[in-house]
Design a protein around this ligand. Structure first.
Ligand code: SF4
Length: 459
């Protein structure tokens, strides 16, 4: 077994038995579940809205090359510079080069999963640049030296008491502060960082092709400050974030807010279409947009998996997943966790190293049921398993076991020849993983055929 897979299994085993973890997650996910229906009420037909969003993303992704070039042409006209990065290293090098040119010592960063994907903070630290997370959840995680736990709510696994304790340990505040007081402490620290920072980095929730702009949604205003306060603004975004037109935001913004946090629309919704223009008073002198591939074109090339690029990162599939809720976000050891992470990570990285994530699913389909853009997530998880086997990424023992299973299942007589105790022995001893996590199986003494015959004869 690969190291990643055995790590995943040992961490999952510990987390699944951690009742305190489960209590906190259930508390926060229950709060989410209670507000999402309210957000949905703004749509006259929520299913139609999801279908329409899926169609729009389909249109954008099927024409990805043209849409991206259109975006580049339009935003360049307004003075932004577009940088194409094939992989994480190219993106990091580009950021480093800009930071050097701008003599950057402190950088403020708003929440961005793409920057987690390329491990930007570690890279900046090695290069002597202080990178400060300005989203409250991300700031908490950074203080604690932990990566985000969830793609929308980074500190979802922490209670307010945990945060008060953390602030007390790291910032010397009163350990009994309320959430409001803690927020004010973070606000004070972060405001000073905005003033110091030479560069601000944000992600993009959407890249808009027809007007050449990025759209950012948030609830704290920190992304807007990161865009506008420092003299240089760098956007790092995956190429799949493209949408064809500004008018599409009328659908995507409320949809993302509803499925992300149960809101009608987030508190701050910002469109940035370039650096400060002549006659404008606010905004940065320079704006760079880094369009990151980093494995996304592998997904694009795979006709079946392509629809995973429609994802708008609302996080709904994580909240709905029984596996995620039990093993938690950090167990995945990837930037993107939960069902969508399990679908895309083997393609963004290596199938052989990450295929185990696609097996960590009951295939209950709850993720597909709740997906804001109707991605067939559970089918894609199954497809990943097919691809892993087709590419030879399965062990000899596993292949043999399934071969024998298939032979047995195709021959009723063989199945009937073995009595209940033989079947018990095979399943409980040869299929070791089964017994370890689920308890022993006890087959009936008589086969189904025998039982049927005794009851109904040869009907
Ligand atoms: S796959 Fe669907 S539900 Fe999951 S984060 Fe993406 S858009 Fe949201």
């Amino acid at each position: 077994m690969k190291e990643n897979a055995s790590d995943f299994i040992s961490k999952s085993t510990i987390k699944a038995a951690d009742k305190e973890h489960r209590r906190k997650i259930n508390y926060n996910i229950n709060k989410y579940n209670s507000v999402v229906p309210q957000g949905k009420q703004q749509f006259s037909d929520i299913n139609l809205a999801r279908e329409k969003a899926k169609n729009l993303k389909w249109k954008a992704i099927e024409n990805l090359d043209k849409q991206l070039e259109k975006f580049e042409a339009n935003i360049t006209k307004r003075g932004a510079k577009v940088i194409w990065a094939e992989d994480a290293q190219q993106a990091l090098d580009a950021i480093n080069k800009i930071c050097k040119e701008k003599n950057c010592r402190t950088l403020v960063k708003s929440k961005s999963m793409v920057t987690e994907e390329i491990h930007l903070n570690d890279f900046l630290k090695k290069n002597g640049i202080e990178s400060v997370e300005t989203d409250l959840g991300e700031y908490i995680q950074q203080l604690d030296g932990e990566p985000p736990y969830h793609i929308v709510t980074p500190a979802m696994h922490k209670s307010k008491e945990d945060v008060a304790k953390l602030f007390f340990e790291k910032l010397g505040t009163d350990p009994k502060l309320t959430p409001e007081q803690l927020t004010l402490v973070a606000r004070k620290v972060l405001r000073e960082k905005y003033v110091q920072a030479e560069v601000g980095i944000t992600g993009a929730n959407f890249i808009i092709a027809d007007i050449g702009a990025i759209a950012v949604t948030e609830n704290e205003g920190n992304a807007r400050l990161s865009c506008a306060w420092p003299k240089t603004h760098i956007v790092v975004t995956g190429i799949e974030k493209i949408i064809p037109s500004l008018t599409d935001l009328a659908l995507f913004w409320p949809l993302l807010a509803t499925y992300g946090t149960g809101q009608k629309v987030t508190v701050y919704s910002t469109i940035v279409s370039g650096p400060r223009q002549e006659n404008e008073t606010d905004g940065p002198d320079d704006m760079y947009v880094i369009l990151l591939d980093n494995g996304r074109t592998n997904i694009l090339a795979d006709e079946k998996q392509r629809e995973s690029l429609y994802c708008i990162r609302c996080g709904a599939c994580l909240n709905a997943c029984p596996v995620y809720k039990n093993i938690g976000g950090h167990t995945y050891a990837t930037a993107y966790s939960g069902p969508i992470g399990s679908v895309i990570t083997p393609h963004l990285k290596q199938m052989d190293d990450w295929k185990h994530l696609s097996y960590a699913s009951s295939l209950c389909g709850n993720c597909t049921e709740v997906c804001a853009v109707k991605i067939n997530l559970h089918e894609l998880l199954l497809e990943n398993r097919h691809e892993a086997v087709d590419h030879g990424n399965s062990s000899f023992a596993e292949r043999m076991a399934w071969k024998m299973w298939k032979q047995g299942m195709l021959r009723r007589k063989w199945m009937n020849m073995a009595g209940g105790s033989t079947k018990n022995w095979i399943v409980n001893n040869l299929l070791k993983g089964w017994k370890e996590h689920r308890g022993e199986i006890d087959f009936p003494k008589k086969s189904f055929n025998q039982a049927w015959k005794e009851k109904y004869g040869n009907r």
